[in-house]
Write a protein that binds this ligand. Sequence first.
Ligand SMILES: [Fe+2]
Length: 306
Amino acid sequence: MSSDEVKDTLAIYVTGDTHGSQRYGRFSVDGFMHRFGTEAFPEQKDLSKDDYVIVCGDFGGVWETDRKRVREPASEKYSLDWLEDKPFTTLFVPGNHENYDRLTGCRDERLLGCWLYEKMPPEEKEKLRAGYPGKLWHGGRVRELRPSVLMLERGEIFDIGGKSCFAFGGARSHDIGDGIIDPADYPDERSFKRDYAVRREGMIRVKGISWWEEEMPSRDEMDRGRDNIRAFMESHERLDFVVTHDAPASDKQALGIDGTDEMSDYLESLRGEMKYGKWFYGHLHGNCMLYGNHYLLYEQIVRIDE
Ligand SMILES: [Fe+2]
């Protein structure tokens, strides 16, 4: 069978945040090496690379910051290789816990020029500006971590096994109540560490190390998403799937979650622009269904193509 042909038994599964490969930290119930192991996900025995598992953001497989070289640390390389060896293709939209500098390229020249990267040679900084290789895949742009581990860029519409899927990752972090520290605001590592030692007990994250402003979409990405939906709806009856990290504003209200923001407001505004079959999102760390076709997912893995 050529790679263009679609086999009859093609399957698409979707799940919520994985937050990296292992069970660790305060956020995660499990990582993708547990969730996608054969014990937790036995259905994979009948799958091939023509079948898909989609993660609704906070994938977390690319996280660590190396100050000297652009490389996957051994643990990340091992877990991404492990995923590549699985009998399915992994797709994910980015969340608010991803290292965007490494995924999609660092655009913060102030950060690149500060003490944090003073030992990184210029050719490595060029790699950091580039991120993982981008390419067109099934109608939209992706970042290729491995041939079968792909990040779906924001605002794109993909043909996934004959199903149309609008992808829009990202969300505003809420674990930043005590602020974000920008290394570039400090003249040297010593002054940064002195301040960090005082503030580290609080809910803080550090720009370029544990927080990236690209967790929220740019205006261009929002416009691109809306334009792509409008163009698609001119010639199609509906989208089959919408996959996002954040939830539309009205879903948050229905779930009793205070405080919507420009991300959830944007997603809400898209609802009026499109017809769609099912909408899947993560971020809120729960599993439930709203309105009969909106699904908040966390550790559950749900087959969605049937
Ligand atoms: Fe999360």
